[in-house]
Unconditional design. Sequence first.
Length: 319
Amino acid sequence: MHLTIGVFALILVGVSVLMMGAVPLGLDQWLAGDPQGQTILWQLRLPRVLLAGLVGGGLALAGASVQGLFRNPLADPTLIGVAGGAALAAAICIALAPQLLANPWWVAGAAFFGGLIVTFLVLAVAGRETALHTLLLAGLAANAISLALVGLIGVLVVDESFRSIAFWTLGSLNHATWQEVAVGLLMLPLAWRLIYRADALNAMVLSEHEFSSLGYASSVIRREMIVLVAAMTGIAVSLTGVIAFVGLIVPHMARIAFGAMHQTLLPLAFVMGAMLMMLADAASRTLIAPMEIPIGIITALIGAPVFIALLRKQVTSGD
């Protein structure tokens, strides 16, 4: 029931944000077949809104999975290093071969594989048993190093390349195309597999011995879920750059509203993440239109206060 209502709300939000922008679109323009309105709708707005939904849903689902895996509501997909690795690979690609910007698929591909490479390095550092605290620390270190190197590259390159690198650190949807939407659809089978593993995430609240007694191989499941989360986050970052806090705050909001059972939490986190990203994108292109605010700034302004509130709540409950 909750999922049905959520999908209906997602459709309403999607239709609403299609009308918003520097050039508002009315329902009469949709129905009258206005050429300018049709071009804006089908070539600019619709692929952008769909990409926002896919990326937002993917990041939120990845965040909910990581929080269940680490047993920590303050965990985030970036903790395993994939976002920093993707941004670093994109920055290196732009700095060494600026001409590749004419074909963004090269940069997006570099970002995707860069994120996966850093994730596998983090797994190698954490060891075969994939101890959670070791994995967490290794991921934080990898992410910090990657983003520091991105900043260094941004200082060294010329102005045009710097603006392109800034895209990967702030996030944007202003280049969305139907081809990128098609790539974003690759997140759906990964999402299905994560949701299929919801029962294992529920069992992870138990001790290691109890978890294993239920027939789960803890190290195998953890590695599988980390690779799935890394692949999903890598696709998202390769398409839109690093967008902060969606994978952190949306799962927590879904958990408060619908409970902690992952069979319900994971699909609803995907739907809520899609709605949040659509609304954030609408804000990014309307607040100071015709100029555009990078969507990563919008999500950070929303997410940072929520993160502080969650942190204070955890500290208070710990006392």
